[in-house]
Design a protein around this ligand. Sequence first.
Ligand SMILES: C[C@@](CO)(OP(=O)(O)O)[C@H](O)COP(=O)(O)OP(=O)(O)OC[C@H]1O[C@@H](n2ccc(N)nc2=O)[C@H](O)[C@@H]1O
Ligand SMILES: Nc1ncnc2c1ncn2[C@@H]1O[C@H](COP(=O)(O)OP(=O)(O)O)[C@@H](O)[C@H]1O
Length: 300
Amino acid sequence: MAAPGQAIDAIAAMTASRQIWDWQSVYPAPAKLNLFLHVVGQRADGYHLLQTLFRFLDHGDRLHFAPRADGAIHLATPLPGVPPESDLTLRAARLLQAASACRQGVDISIDKRLPMGGGLGGGSSDAATVLLALNHLWKLDLPRRQLQEIGLQLGADVPFFIFGRNAFAEGVGEALQAVELPACGYLVLEPPLAVATAAIFGAPELKRDSLPIRAEQWHPGFGGNDLQTVVAARFPVVAEHLACLSAFAPARMSGSGACVFAEFESAEQAQAALRKIPAKLRGWVAAGLDEHPLRALASG
Ligand SMILES: C[C@@](CO)(OP(=O)(O)O)[C@H](O)COP(=O)(O)OP(=O)(O)OC[C@H]1O[C@@H](n2ccc(N)nc2=O)[C@H](O)[C@@H]1O
Ligand SMILES: Nc1ncnc2c1ncn2[C@@H]1O[C@H](COP(=O)(O)OP(=O)(O)O)[C@@H](O)[C@H]1O
């Protein structure tokens, strides 16, 4: 288990409004939680229609960018098991370069802290950070809406990260309404497995007919995660982590898993619960953020 305090990220410290973002900066890619996630239907192309409440956390990956004069886009830190050409960061930079006819290049480095296939949106957040940061560093000034459209080509969660505010989301996650959320702390546990999102959405037993709600009907604690039933049944270790966390507060899975979380009034209360979790379980505490630390890097 991560030592209490160690895993709390310093992303919030970078949200200071006077932060000057330049080529020397470390660019945060925060995690998200799905506070609830209902599958309310399916599109003709097979993609599932969702309703979900996205919340940013002050814990995540960190990216660094170095300019290249030759116009090439290069990933200096390939991730284990992800061929660089498939990496969402590289793909995001290439799409942005093409959309803006930009001739500048970049070396991208990722300090990967979020588990892959964890339901915390790490890859999507990395991609969004690339779009926001390079929009600024390459001086492109593309409006937020256009960055969101580019992001949607990379994954359904990417537009939310570029939108930059906690949000009630519909469609496949691209129709977003900002939501104000209270300050609170979260205890997140990382079961030791990566869940393949496609396999969970493709499960015959998945409930696909949750009743849609209007955004105003959402309230803290509302609903559940329809994907959790499938994941917990297929992967008992996820069910075990949920049971362990439930001893302290209502526990839920984020996205398509495998990570599970519980909400507390403060990060201190979440830390107190973390100290009581069996040492063999990996977990950390994060505060909920009001907005993406890089939100100001796009207009609109
Ligand atoms: C479940 C969520 C909830 O926020 O988060 P994660 O668990 O990934 O963090 C997202 O909807 C994940 O969206 P996204 O990140 O784009 O999923 P991808 O990995 O691209 O999707 C992999 C596959 O899952 C299926 N898929 C995905 C999203 C969706 N709304 N319906 C689907 O049926 C499709 O078969 C797709 O090809
Ligand atoms: N930069 C990246 N970071 C993480 N995963 C990436 C990245 N680029 C591509 N991927 C692929 O996306 C998959 C989903 O990763 P991730 O977004 O971390 O999980 P989730 O969608 O469950 O939140 C990974 O298993 C990996 O194959």
